[in-house]
Design a protein around this ligand. Structure first.
Ligand SMILES: [Zn+2]
Length: 219
């Protein structure tokens, strides 16, 4: 899953405004950012097999550290502990914002579970699962767009713009990411694992940076 993950960021922000949006945007994709780094480093493996699923050619045959449930729990706890000393005053208890950030990290695995073919392990490289919506492009796309639309509405209702950029910025960003998603689903195969990993990292950071900038246009 790609754009659908951001529904969790937007929804979380609408509930606890003390957490910077860029933190939430990176948190929901932390597992994928690490995956891209691990692919680049050769620690996790992917094969590009044309037609492997109806929406993308990724044979994700080895990713025990990032996309196993146990691995995801580990990264969620790490994010919780990292955010604990960094949190801002929120009016909630001191563990609430770090728990939301950790929960955002963990949400990645469960949303991926819906679309991935069985390549998500429970632990290590065993007991793999995935409901396989990637083989139903229109359904998968509608699900991702529906999720992010739901999050966007929650965020827009919980905040108000301080400029015209604030009014249109976030919906425009999400439209851009949706276009990227459609390109991934229906465009050409990536040229190779390393190129794909680099593009992924660049995209995740660029999207989080854009969200962080746009956040200041709404209060
Ligand atoms: Zn993922």
């Amino acid at each position: 899953m790609f754009i659908g993950h951001y529904s969790v960021s937007l929804l979380a922000k609408s509930r606890d405004k003390s957490i910077p949006l860029w933190v939430l945007f990176l948190a929901v994709q932390l597992v994928d950012v690490l995956w891209a780094i691990f692919i680049f480093a050769g620690l996790e493996k992917v094969r590009i097999v044309h037609g492997f699923t109806a929406t993308n050619p990724l044979d994700l045959y080895y990713m025990p550290y990032t996309h196993s449930l146990l691995g995801s729990v580990f990264w969620a706890i790490a994010a919780f502990l990292l955010y604990l000393p960094l949190r801002k005053r929120s009016g909630y208890g001191k563990f609430v914002a770090p728990l939301i950030v950790g929960g955002a990290v963990l949400s990645h695995w469960f949303l991926d579970l819906v679309v991935h073919v069985p390549d998500l392990a429970l632990y290590d490289n065993t007991l793999k699962m995935g409901f396989g919506l990637w083989n139903y492009p229109i359904v998968a796309l509608l699900l991702e767009l529906g999720l992010v639309f739901f999050g966007l509405v929650a965020y827009m209702r919980a905040t108000r713009p301080v400029s015209s950029v604030g009014t249109y910025g976030m919906p425009m960003l999400m439209l851009l990411v949706a276009a990227l998603q459609i390109h991934v689903f229906f465009g050409p195969d990536p040229s190779g694992p390393s190129a794909m990993a680099l593009t992924a990292i660049a995209s995740y950071f660029a999207i989080a940076a854009a969200a962080g900038w746009l956040e200041r246009k709404r209060v």
